[in-house]
Design a protein around this ligand. Structure first.
Ligand SMILES: [Zn+2]
Length: 173
């Protein structure tokens, strides 16, 4: 597609990047397990968790290696993930990512949202797609209802639906 594609996800596992999407094309509204932040919010920006290699006791499921530390203040580090009732989540990076996603959307001609497996229990991704005001294809095996006539409901799993959409489209000339 001439304008490409972007990802907005509440997943925190980094699988879109692993599947080949550029980091700057993925907005992770609930943060990422691949980043750490200072527990005490000393002002340190979140940093990559790549150097943290936890050792776990398989019997007790407890961490047996050192806890991760903030590189600035030496205090405890925590996952840079939005938890329930979490007022200490450092989310500026993700807010900036959402802002640049909206800038890209404003410049994009005739965008379409393909929503994959966004449930109603934690509806962050569902609300984001609905509020953009563009056509929505909702793919969900159990919660695929759409509210508007122009939107499309596909009650399938993501892989089956994407393969079906792809097989009906012809790209290029
Ligand atoms: Zn700190």
């Amino acid at each position: 597609m001439p304008f490409g594609a972007r990802v907005f996800t509440s997943n925190v596992d980094g699988q879109f990047q692993k599947a080949g999407f550029a980091q700057h094309h993925v907005t992770e509204c609930h943060g990422s397990i691949h980043a750490l932040q200072c527990f005490d919010q000393c002002g340190q920006e979140p940093w990559s968790a790549a150097d943290f290699r936890p050792s776990i006791d398989e019997e007790s499921s407890l961490l047996i290696s050192e806890l991760p530390c903030c590189p600035a203040c030496g205090g405890l580090a925590r996952p840079n993930i939005l938890m329930f009732g979490d007022w200490n989540f450092e989310g500026r990076k993700y807010e900036q990512s959402e802002s640049s996603l909206k800038t890209w959307l404003a410049r994009t001609s005739r965008p379409v949202v393909i929503e994959l497996g966004a449930g109603t229990a934690i509806p962050s991704a569902r609300h984001f797609g609905e509020e953009l005001g563009c056509p929505l294809i909702r793919v969900n095996p159990t919660e695929s209802d759409v509210g508007l006539h122009r939107d499309i409901s596909i009650p399938l799993g993501a892989k089956d639906a994407l393969q079906a959409i792809s097989s009906t489209l012809r790209f290029g000339s």
